[in-house]
Design a protein around this ligand. Structure first.
Ligand code: MEV
Length: 436
């Protein structure tokens, strides 16, 4: 059992590990060894990683993989992907290869507007707060110029601020609802700094309001924070080919294209399927978001809210046939950046961005969305043909062999045996026992 610990963050790394190991591992040196095994021998690199987060005691490895053969807007890409699920990168690469032969992905950023809100309460006269807002709005722009100057020079800044009356839903509740462009940054720090300044100015400038009908005590600021829901920061990507081409991809599955369309119809009416369908898309999205040092929680949260924009949770992707052409598309919100955060700090992230040709944030949005669509295509293709387990378990075989501590020779024999046989936990265990 752990004892309550005071001033933990002030302890040295060694002291933190000692505390952990004595509290949870009965001072077992093996626990220390596991933590230390993942330390980097390059001290400055290790320090850099330690400083990304408080109380860091080791590093957590995930595979850094690459998926070649992506053609996006007529440009070839090799995609860095960070993910632990064994079949994801293989599926992405396979789908990309097929679509490369059919013109590749056509992607566009539809809009890149971000949102932030100051949430406050005011119970007085509505006309007064509206007049005060009209009075203060230019001052909010003016007085945040020191924060917005640099962003403006990069093509971003505050787009607009409006007063939103939510008092019919919650007594006295209003918002300052602001929209922003943040150029190549995800923009969280910029937006939050602007919002906190808006709140401060809004609360503390009532005495400047000429009619003096408003007292600062009447405005109760609750919080100022960006919204991770960015329905106006949207990217769309699409692939298409003629129906014969897509159907000939799976000659043993009659009406392959129609079956893909039915998977979308099913996801659009059944939430259980829709969540799994979108999870498959996020397999690709998150892997690139993580490899490029972006905030996958923000991208996930926004994507799922967007999937519910019609009042029910539905598929993020769409498929249809028009004039004998099969179209497969994905539209989703995405707040990511190619500057700021760890993008300029983490050596692997810098390398990942370099592999992608150092894209700006809009280019990266298009790349990430295209990987999501490729992933979705790969998953749906397997689901309506061989089933997911065949490919998935083939890729998972090596994990199972490692679980049974197979040596190199046993692994070789297993790879041959399981070319023709079904992979599952039991069959791998039996095989290993048989050959030992
Ligand atoms: C597995 O990680 C993802 C899938 O379940 C996605 C899907 O069902 O569409 C295969």
């Amino acid at each position: 059992m752990s004892k309550k610990v005071k001033g933990f963050s002030k302890l040295s790394k060694k002291e933190k590990i000692n505390w952990l190991v004595s509290s949870y591992f009965k001072n077992d040196s093996n626990a220390v060894n596991i933590l230390k095994q993942y330390w980097n021998s390059d001290e400055s690199l290790q320090n850099l990683h330690d400083e990304f987060s408080e109380n860091s005691i080791s590093n957590y490895y995930l595979p850094f993989s690459i998926a070649p053969n992506f053609l996006i807007n007529d440009k070839k890409f090799t995609i860095p992907m960070t993910i632990e699920e064994s079949s994801v990168v293989a599926a992405a690469g396979k789908a990309a290869k097929f679509w490369m032969k059919h013109g590749g992905f056509k992607a566009e950023v539809i809009n890149d507007e971000k949102i932030g809100q100051v949430h406050f309460f005011y119970h007085g006269n509505k006309k007064t707060i509206n007049e005060y807002f009209d009075f203060i709005k230019p001052i909010l722009f003016k007085k945040t110029e020191s924060i917005t100057k640099k962003m403006k020079s990069r093509g971003g800044g505050i787009i607009d601020i409006s007063l939103v009356d939510k008092s019919s839903q919650l007594a006295g509740y209003f918002q300052l609802f602001a929209t922003f462009r943040t150029a190549d940054a995800m923009g969280a720090n910029f937006i939050n700094s602007c919002l906190e300044e808006f709140a401060n100015i809004f609360k503390n400038s009532t005495q400047l309001f000429s009619t003096k009908k408003l007292k600062k005590e009447e405005i109760e600021i609750i919080m100022s924070i960006l919204s991770n829901y960015v329905p106006n920061c949207i990217v769309k990507t699409e692939v298409s080919c003629n129906v014969q081409d897509i159907n000939s991809l799976e000659p043993n599955t009659p009406n392959f294209a129609d079956k893909i369309i039915q998977t979308i119809n099913i996801a659009n009416l059944d939430v259980h399927r829709a969540v799994t369908h979108n999870k498959g898309i996020m397999n690709g999205i998150d892997a690139v978001v993580i490899a490029t040092g972006n905030d996958f929680r923000a991208v996930e949260a926004s994507a799922h809210a967007y999937a519910s924009r019609n009042g029910i949770y539905q598929s993020l992707s769409n498929a249809y046939i028009k004039k004998n052409n099969f179209y497969f598309e994905l539209t989703l919100p995405m707040a990511i950046g190619t500057v700021g955060g760890v993008t300029n700090l983490h050596p692997l992230v810098k390398l990942a961005l370099k592999i992608l040709g150092n894209p700006n944030s809009k280019e990266l949005m298009k790349i990430i969305a295209s990987v999501g669509l490729a992933q979705n295509f790969g998953a749906l293709r397997s689901l309506v043909t061989s089933g997911i387990q065949k490919g998935h378990m083939k890729m998972h075989l090596i994990n199972l062999l490692n679980k049974y501590e197979a040596n190199e020779n046993e692994k070789k024999l297993a790879q041959i045996h399981f070319k023709e046989n079904t992979v599952n936990n039991n069959s791998v265990e039996n095989f290993i026992n048989k050959i030992r």
